[in-house]
Design a protein around this ligand. Structure first.
Ligand code: ADP
Ligand code: MG
Ligand code: MG
Length: 201
C-alpha cells in the first residue's frame, strides 16, 4: 500500500463521516453534548483539504499522509475526539516511518501502536465505553482480513450499548450512560469499514 492508498482511505472516511454525521451527533446527544458528528465532519473535511494541498516537495509516503491527517485533526477538532483520533493517525504514521510502501503486517503493527497511544492519552482501556471498544477488536481482527476488521469494529461499537461509561463526557452520566451506543466507537467503526472498502478495491 502506497501514499495514494492512504489518501483514498482518509477521503473515503471523510465521505462516510459526512454521510453519517447526523447519526453520530444523535448518539452524542444521548450521552454527550451532541457535537461528535459536527466535530468529525469539520476535522475530516480539513483532512481532505490538507491532503489535496500537500507540498510536492514533501516525501509522498504512507507515514507522511497519516501524520498530516493526524496533525490536522488535532488542530481542527476542539472536542476530545480530535486529539484522540489525531494521536491514532499520527502515531500510526510515525510507526510506518518513511517507507514508500507498507505491507498488511506493517500496517497492522503500526495501527496497534496507534491504538495503544489512544489508550495512554485517554487513560482509557477496553470496556470503558469509548472508541477503544471498536478499535481494539478491529486491530486484533486485522490479522485475519480487512473485512473481518470492519465487522469486528461494528460489533465492538454495538457492544458498547450495555456498558457504563468510565471515560469522557458520557462518564458524567454514570448509570444513565447504559443503553446507548458510544459515538466514538460508532465513528471508529466507520474508519474500519472504509479501510475494508478501500483495501477491497
Ligand atoms: P467531546 O466529548 O469533547 O464533545 P466528541 O463528542 O467529539 O468530543 O467525542 C466523544 C467520543 O470521544 C466518545 O464517544 C468516546 O468514544 C471518545 N472519548 C472521550 N474520552 C475518551 C477517552 N478518555 N479515551 C478514549 N476515548 C474517549
Ligand atoms: Mg461531544
Ligand atoms: Mg464537545
Amino acid at each position: 500500500m502506497d501514499a495514494e492508498f492512504f489518501r483514498r482511505w482518509l477521503t473515503a472516511t471523510a465521505r462516510a463521516v459526512e454521510r453519517e454525521a447526523g447519526r453520530l451527533t444523535e448518539l452524542d446527544s444521548a450521552i454527550g453534548d451532541a457535537d461528535h458528528g459536527a466535530n468529525l465532519r469539520r476535522g475530516f473535511q480539513a483532512v481532505t483539504e490538507a491532503l489535496a494541498a500537500r507540498d510536492p516537495q514533501e516525501p509522498d509516503t504512507p507515514g507522511a499522509v497519516l501524520t498530516l491527517a493526524g496533525r490536522t485533526l488535532v488542530s481542527k477538532v476542539g472536542g476530545a475526539s480530535g486529539p484522540l483520533y489525531g494521536t491514532l493517525l499520527r502515531r500510526t504514521g510515525k510507526a510506518l516511518g518513511d517507507a514508500p510502501e507498507v505491507s498488511d503486517a506493517e500496517l497492522r503493527a503500526a495501527l496497534e501502536e496507534g491504538v495503544r497511544a489512544v489508550g495512554v492519552l485517554g487513560k482509557s482501556e477496553a470496556g470503558d465505553k469509548t472508541m477503544l471498544d471498536a478499535l481494539f477488536p478491529a486491530v486484533a481482527a486485522l490479522a485475519e482480513s480487512y473485512p473481518a476488521a470492519g465487522d469486528a469494529a461494528a460489533r465492538g461499537a454495538e457492544a458498547t450499548i450495555p456498558l457504563r461509561a468510565r471515560r469522557g463526557r458520557a462518564s458524567y452520566l454514570g448509570e444513565r450512560s447504559v443503553g446507548h451506543e458510544d459515538p466514538g466507537a460508532a465513528s471508529s467503526a466507520l474508519l474500519f469499514a472504509t479501510l475494508a472498502e478501500v483495501a477491497g478495491d
